[in-house]
Design a protein around this ligand. Structure first.
Ligand code: TYM
Length: 335
């Protein structure tokens, strides 16, 4: 008799701490949408991570719905994946505690994102910000994920999740798989439009730094036309030309054309013509997503249904893993 083999597990998510950017889409969400047939996919919205920086409760709620509607508009399919809220599943914060007790504080202080965020002038450095990567490891290990598709900026956090899986296995006994990062070839690091040596981020103060998935077409065009370019006039990917290189990467990722092909077409056409073409390619890619988003965001009943169904599967899986983890760590089983 042939046995159906369980599909490998993917877990990944985005935090609703602002609106989603083109970086979130190209580095992450559009790739997740291609994995649903080959993997069992868990796609939480990691809302607990969003409160590591100051926020307003009403904004968090609104952004969480928006994030969910954008997940769906970008092609995540609730019939082929489990979409849920991290805060609604018992287990993430409990596993966070068990893993925190295996994490040297020095390791957390050395994390690049913690150092960058806490060094910002006027930053409120709470312990949640420090423990951010431990909670992220808990998200991943709670579902015993095989792979974690993320943008390049999450590499170091992934390394910590891998270390914690190994440390737990070594301290107690074999429990967790050691998850593999899955970083796309194109779009893994979309850079800021105004400062192309830094990654595009929704937490930047200047809104011309980033393109939002929900920016209306004319705002997208305006931001791209005002992106910083480099000296010279040749359109070519080159470390000396970070502005043009970033626009070429964006153009290539949204149009599925190779950089070489774009260089050939636009190499000598001048920056103005090139930027117009980038803008039109971005608009063409985002317009259908925006249309779908606007249909979905007003349908709260449907959004709740997606979360309920995804949450049910996630909770069952999380309880199973959590019981195992407690048992391995020496806690008395509930009877
Ligand atoms: P977040 O919300 O910052 O980003 C979500 C995803 O978008 C990717 N990304 C980018 N990719 C390319 N270029 C950019 N400029 C860019 N900006 C963001 C991120 O790499 C990420 O894949 N810590 C995570 C959230 C998280 C998580 C997890 C992820 C919490 N628990 C468990 C995976 C597994 C984060 O900050 O995502």
């Amino acid at each position: 008799m042939s046995e159906t083999k369980a599909k490998p597990v993917i877990l990944t998510g985005a935090k609703p701490s602002g609106e989603l950017t083109l970086g979130n889409y190209l580095g992450a969400i559009r790739n997740w949408a291609t994995m649903m047939d080959d993997f069992e996919c868990f796609f939480p919205i990691v809302d607990l991570h969003a409160i590591t920086v100051p926020y307003k409760p009403a904004d968090l709620r609104q952004r969480t719905y928006q994030c969910l509607a954008q997940y769906l508009a970008c092609g995540l399919d609730p019939a082929r994946s489990h979409i849920f809220l991290q805060s609604q599943i018992t287990g993430h914060t409990e596993l966070n505690w068990l893993l925190a007790c295996l994490t040297p504080v020095g390791d957390l202080h050395r994390m690049t994102q913690f150092k960058e965020k806490s060094a910002k002038p006027g930053a409120s450095v709470n312990s949640g910000l420090l423990f951010y990567p431990v909670l992220m490891a808990a998200d991943i290990l709670l579902y015993n994920a095989d792979r974690v598709p993320v943008g390049e900026d999450q590499k170091q956090h992934l390394e910590m999740a891998r270390n914690l899986a190994q440390r737990f296995n070594h301290t107690y006994s074999d429990t967790f798989k050691v998850p593999e990062p899955f970083i796309p070839k194109a779009g893994a690091r979309v850079m800021s439009l105004q400062n192309p040596t830094r990654k595009m981020s929704k937490s930047d103060d200047n809104e011309n730094d980033y393109l939002l998935l929900l920016d209306p077409p004319n705002r997208l065009r305006k931001k791209i036309m005002s992106a910083v370019t480099d000296s010279g006039s040749e359109v070519r990917a080159d470390p000396e030309k970070p502005g043009i290189t970033n626009l070429l990467n964006i153009f290539s990722a949204v149009s599925d054309r190779s950089i070489a092909d774009l260089e050939k077409e636009f190499g000598s056409q001048g920056y103005g013509t090139f930027k117009k073409a980038v803008a039109e390619a971005v608009v063409a890619r985002l317009e259908p997503i925006q249309e779908k988003y606007h249909e979905l965001i007003s349908n709260k009943d449907y959004l709740h249904q997606v979360l309920r169904e995804g949450g049910e599967v996630a909770q069952k899986r999380a309880y199973r893993m959590l019981s195992k983890v407690y048992r391995k760590a020496g806690f008395v089983a509930r009877t």
